[in-house]
Write a protein that binds this ligand. Structure first.
Ligand code: FRU
Length: 500
């Protein structure tokens, strides 16, 4: 469905979008595969998290939203608020395409693309990309402000960045803005001579922006466009997270390095994936009022299937994670926010036990919940050099369907194997390198159609969407060719977060 009226104002487009939400919202609550404690849009299509911020105690989550269809289309900014990052309340749509640089009734490829939020002069200000295919330039940067945190007005100076610097290709989007000392800085994702790149801007008022040039650029093997860049301080370093397009073995890449504000250059010192699962893209971070660096990502990958489209909806966010810099390795760790513990319900604790080689042990066979949190501590005997220890999750009674999560000792990799996760699931072997370790701590979150795995206090994480039968709820520990000691297991069923 397309938007009808080419001359309508922003408010009219917002009202139309809100009406579309109201019409299908109730029905959507019971649609198949809806998650129990992950954020989803009330209806339609969701992609990137946008404008993450905490202001006066309230967390704001905006997101790329098409209220008219389960497919990507004219991009709006959906909006939700929370006091704990777990229980969310849907708010009215914040931004709708309405201006000549982002709106054309005849086009699907248009709208208010991804961006960020800051507080300036006590106003909640959104900085986003106006996108209109066929327009020159097709992407510009714009701002919208709000005094009540709910209703947003597009600025009359828009677009505040109306041309693309000559040295860049036409892809020019996803502004992330932050304050450093007296100035605002903005990174924008782009492409330069066929490589993904970020450019830097500087401003005092969010309206006049000085171009500082290309701050970082790919090396030929890091994709051809860096979507959704996020550049922020962590520990004594700067971290760049970006979602490179067309990169082999990369979807959401994290560089740790240094930022020279005077030269406008970010120098990477290391490169990894921020999450090694297939379904993790367009991550955004923000610093909350407690000084924590929180990350939320879109828990999907744009170039795979979306089985929930069969039930008229698409897209979910990951659980929020806290990022920290590991002093020793200088890598970024990501751990689930502790607020999620408020969802814990039925608790089962298992005493320590030994497992022989090639053994399976079933857990929770009485529980019918498919939403749970599991923490499992394992000790692998010294001198063991091959074998596997792990879990089969969401296992069907007949044993044919399951998702495996295991440590491959020889490769020192954590693997999430979705090849038997159900007919509709994206089948993949997701692998994350782990530092060789005899002690393993698996921290796993499972929901209706997702598995998020954190190992050894966030050294690696892997997020995947799976679409098994709702009755496939078995949990089984297994060993292959090695014995191990299970030192503790804690399992909690998780309550519905009742997102309103
Ligand atoms: C990333 C992305 C962004 C863009 C948005 C459009 O998923 O392609 O680069 O702003 O989605 O919805």
């Amino acid at each position: 469905m397309t938007i009808q009226n080419p001359n309508s104002t922003h408010n009219e487009q917002i009202n139309r979008a809100n009406e579309a939400v109201q019409q299908t919202r109730e029905k959507m609550k019971h649609a198949q595969y809806r998650l129990n404690y992950h954020f989803m849009s009330p209806v339609g299509w969701l992609n990137d998290p946008n404008g993450l911020i905490q202001h006066k105690g309230i967390y704001h989550l905006f997101y790329q939203f098409n209220p008219y269809s389960f497919d990507w289309g004219p991009m709006h900014w959906g909006h939700a608020t929370s006091t704990d990052l777990v229980h969310w309340q849907h708010e009215p749509v914040a931004l709708a395409p309405s201006e000549p640089y982002e709106y054309d009734e005849a086009k699907q490829e248009m709208g208010c693309f991804s961006g960020s939020a800051v507080i300036h002069n006590d106003e909640l200000t959104l900085i986003y990309t106006g996108h209109l295919e066929g327009h020159t330039p097709k992407e510009v940067q714009a701002i919208a402000t709000s005094t009540d945190g709910i209703h947003f007005k597009k600025h009359e100076a828009n677009p505040v960045i109306r041309s693309v610097p000559n040295e860049l290709g036409s892809e020019f989007r996803d502004p992330k803005v932050w304050k450093h000392e007296e100035h605002w800085y903005m990174v924008v994702g782009t492409t330069s001579e066929g490589n993904g790149a970020i450019v830097l801007y500087k401003s005092t008022d969010l309206i006049d922006w000085e171009y500082l040039g290309i701050a970082a650029k790919g090396n030929g093997k890091q994709g051809d466009m860096w979507e959704c860049p996020d550049l922020f301080p962590l520990g004594d370093k700067y971290v760049l997270i970006t979602s490179p397009m067309n990169m082999e073995n990369g979807k959401c890449t994290v560089f740790v390095g240094t930022l020279d504000y005077n030269a406008g250059i970010f120098k990477p010192e290391s490169q990894r994936e921020i999450d090694y699962g297939i379904d993790f893209y367009a991550a955004q971070t923000f610093e909350d009022e407690q000084g924590r660096r929180i990350l939320i990502a879109w828990m999907d990958f744009p170039f795979t299937e979306f089985p929930s489209k069969a039930y008229n909806w698409s897209g979910a966010m990951t659980i929020p994670r806290i990022l920290t810099l590991d002093d020793e390795t200088q890598h970024v760790r990501a751990n689930p926010i502790p607020e999620l513990q408020s969802l814990r319900e039925l608790h089962t604790n298992y005493d320590a036990f030994e497992m022989g080689a090639n053994q399976t042990v079933g857990l929770n066979s009485n529980s019918h919940s498919h939403s749970y949190e599991l923490i499992c501590d394992v000790t692998v005997p010294e001198k063991i050099e091959t074998g596997r220890i792990g879990l089969q999750l969401r296992k069907s009674v007949d044993g044919s369907e399951f998702t495996s999560v295991y440590y491959d000792i020889a490769a020192s990799e954590i693997v999430v194997d979705t090849t038997q996760s159900g007919e509709r699931s994206h089948k993949a072997l997701n692998k994350a390198p782990l530092r060789k370790n005899n002690q393993l701590k698996f921290h796993i979150f499972v929901d209706t159609c997702s598995v998020e795995v954190f190992v050894n206090n966030g050294e690696v994480s892997l997020s995947s969407r799976i679409y098994p039968e709702l009755t496939s709820n078995g949990i089984e520990l297994f060993t292959e060719n090695t014995k191990v000691s299970i030192t503790s297991i804690n399992l909690w069923s998780l309550k519905n977060a009742e997102i309103e």
